[in-house]
Design a protein around this ligand. Structure first.
Ligand code: RB5
Length: 152
């Protein structure tokens, strides 16, 4: 599995924590920045990761900002992206099993590093269950197509 990660300044330290966790797990990843706590705009970083996942260069992405909300909203504008903001492990599991979320978003100002590590671990290990959930994903794709957006 190849993972793309990025954050704005508000999620920088949490993104570093996520990078460390992926290294511990031996999971291949690319860090698209930001690389300091100097202010940057979260849509710019979210777009890079969302396009990389949409293009198929990476299997999944993880985005961090202060709340996880901004990067989630921005990433979900990219066709084929299903970004899920998860601040508990139940949601992280469901985001994969039910929603086939291909990007996980996290808020550094909302949760601590320990919980974030559990959420990332849960999300990485869970798999899409298909079945009745697959037709719902197809309906999401149909919404994209309705608005003339290509869909993966
Ligand atoms: C940056 O101050 C902050 O607005 C950003 O990290 C994020 O929380 C936006 O949703």
């Amino acid at each position: 599995m190849k993972i793309a990660i990025a954050s704005d300044h508000g999620g920088f330290r949490l993104k570093e924590e996520v990078a460390g966790l992926l290294s511990e797990f031996g999971i291949e990843y690319k860090d698209f920045g930001t690389f300091s706590e100097a202010a940057v705009d979260y849509p710019d970083l979210a777009l890079i990761v969302a396009e990389a996942v949409c293009a198929g260069d990476f299997d999944r992405g993880i985005l961090c900002c202060g709340t996880g909300i901004g990067v989630s909203i921005a990433a979900n504008k990219v066709p084929g992206i299903r970004a899920a903001l998860c601040h508990d492990t139940f949601s992280a599991r469901a985001a994969r099993e039910h929603n086939c979320a291909n990007i996980l978003t996290l808020g550094q100002r909302v949760i601590g590093a320990g919980l974030a590590r559990d959420i990332v671990t849960t999300w990485l290990e869970a798999e899409f269950q298909g079945g009745r959930h697959a037709s719902r994903i197809e309906k999401i794709k149909a919404i994209e197509q309705k608005y003339n957006r290509c869909s993966r």
